[in-house]
Design a protein around this ligand. Structure first.
Ligand code: BES
Ligand code: MN
Length: 460
């Protein structure tokens, strides 16, 4: 069936069903699918089944794929011979909701206020991902077919490093053949300024533990005579950056691709107010590597950050001890062409070189993924730009982002495809924070843009 003139029928379907879509999003958000917490294992599975059922009733062929961790939802509709194939990726797992007492309404009881739905996962990624499910439903129910072939891969381990996804993609490499990936797990540039993200930073995550005495000791009796792991760790962490904000890990900048003049101009041309940036974050001043703008620091320069620091007494009131150990969780955000293994080795080297004999260093490496940058001139990019204009009434700006989505690199490496990162939310929607939210207007516009995308990708 030709899809010429189908959009008005699809749009009509979307407009009529808008309230139901919101109800369904709320139902999805009530499932506490926290992938990091084992007590939520059954909830995570329930979320997978919910997504599977949605795709099944939309008219796709579906499969719940078991992994060593949480299941992957796979679905396809492959009845547009000769037309391109798009692969939609998203995740149904969410970050832990803590700290709970900072939520205005409970994280898994979605509440609508100020035009937003508030719940953990509202934007990251349940609400954004659902837009593609609903647009496909609209095409299949209202028009009877899609102008392109589509595959869906919706996983449940994105927030814990996508450990079982690579294997799934490698094993099904041939079955998953497609032309372009579509992911809505980033943000718009700002309210009223839709964006396509063409680059993401990579990441490495490690944990460093310093062991001192066998157990905590009286700091009066023994203090001053043996090393305090907290003191030592604090000193080492202090040496991670120099006074100019440059990371001191050996070899850290060796493979960093410098920003091109063209890209610097592109970033500088985007509207950016440092004042409102600081106000949004409740921070008093910007900080970072000297010689770079805030957008450059966030999108195209590598970082090293302590995510958590533990050691010694954490309870109420004072306590006089030499702690037995201290540890730091550390992540580095990476840019092209930094190599993950080299960076991890460099971090370990940094600590080993400086660690005194008086403490024992334990080093652990967790997940990681490389940075990615996609071709901004591809026909898929052009199609996505037109689709966003249909949904949001404005041409999108091209941006990079500082966050990481591990699968984007894998898509390039294993399937040989670029990814269209089409974010409908805002970075101020409290992702990974209390009171996460998603604009219901962005939800409906995102569905609309997604519906237009299938048409535009077919047009080429
Ligand atoms: N959706 C985010 C990534 C994101 C958000 C990118 C906004 C750009 C703009 C994703 O769910 C996420 O948080 N990823 C993790 C990956 C990590 C656990 C490997 C991240 O970036 O910390
Ligand atoms: Mn996400």
């Amino acid at each position: 069936m030709s899809s010429d003139g189908a959009m008005p029928i699809v749009e009509r379907y979307l407009a009529d069903r808008a309230p139901r879509f919101v109800d369904e999003l709320k139902e999805f958000l009530r499932i506490p699918s926290v992938s990091a917490i084992s007590a939520h294992r059954a909830d995570v599975r329930r979320a997978a089944e919910w997504v599977r059922d949605q795709l099944e009733s939309a008219g796709l062929k579906t499969e719940l794929v078991e992994t060593e961790g949480h299941p992957i939802v796979y679905a396809e509709w492959m009845h547009a011979p000769g037309a391109p194939t798009a692969l939609v990726y998203g995740h149904y797992d969410v970050q832990p909701p803590d700290p709970l007492n900072e939520w205005q309404t409970p994280p898994f009881e979605p509440d609508v206020r100020d035009g937003h739905v508030f719940a953990r996962g509202a934007t990251d990624d349940k609400g954004q991902m659902l837009t593609h499910v609903k647009s496909v439903e609209a095409w299949l129910k209202a028009h009877g077919s899609l102008p392109v072939n589509v595959r869906f891969v919706i996983e449940g381990e994105e927030e814990v490093g996508s450990n079982n996804l690579d294997r799934f993609l490698a094993e099904r490499r041939e079955q998953l053949a497609c032309d372009v990936a579509v992911v809505s797990d980033t943000s718009q540039y700002a309210p009223g300024i839709p964006a396509i993200t063409y680059g993401l930073r990579g990441i490495v995550a490690v944990e460093v533990t310093l062991h001192g005495p066998r157990q905590d000791l009286h700091s009066g009796i023994f203090g001053g005579s043996i090393a305090n792991p907290c003191n030592v760790l604090a000193r080492l962490i202090g040496e991670l950056h120099d006074a100019e904000g440059r990371v001191q890990i050996p070899g850290f900048y060796d493979d960093v691709q410098p920003l091109t003049a063209e890209e610097r101009r592109g970033f500088a041309a985007l509207p950016f107010s440092e004042e409102s940036f600081l106000k949004d974050l409740g921070a008093s001043a910007v900080a970072g590597e000297q010689g770079f703008s805030t957008l450059e620091r966030r999108w195209a320069r590598p970082t090293c950050d302590v995510n958590g620091l533990t050691g010694g007494y954490q309870g109420e009131g004072p306590k006089t001890i030499i702690p037995a150990k201290a540890s730091a969780k550390i992540t580095c955000r990476l840019v092209p062409d930094q190599d993950n293994d080299r960076i991890v080795a460099g971090i370990e080297q940094f600590f080993r070189d400086r660690c005194p004999q008086s403490v024992r260093l334990e080093f652990k490496s967790y997940h990681g993924c490389p940075a990615t940058v996609c071709d901004v001139h591809s026909p898929w990019m052009k199609a996505a730009q037109r689709a966003i204009e249909v949904g949001f009434g404005k041409k999108p700006v091209l941006i990079r982002e500082g966050g990481s989505i591990p699968v984007v690199g894998t898509f390039k490496e294993v399937l040989g495809i670029d990814t269209l990162l089409l974010g409908w939310g805002q970075n101020t929607d409290n992702l990974h924070s209390p009171n996460e939210r998603f604009s219901l207007d962005a939800f409906q516009r995102g569905i609309h843009a997604s519906a237009a995308l299938w048409q535009e990708l077919a047009t080429g």
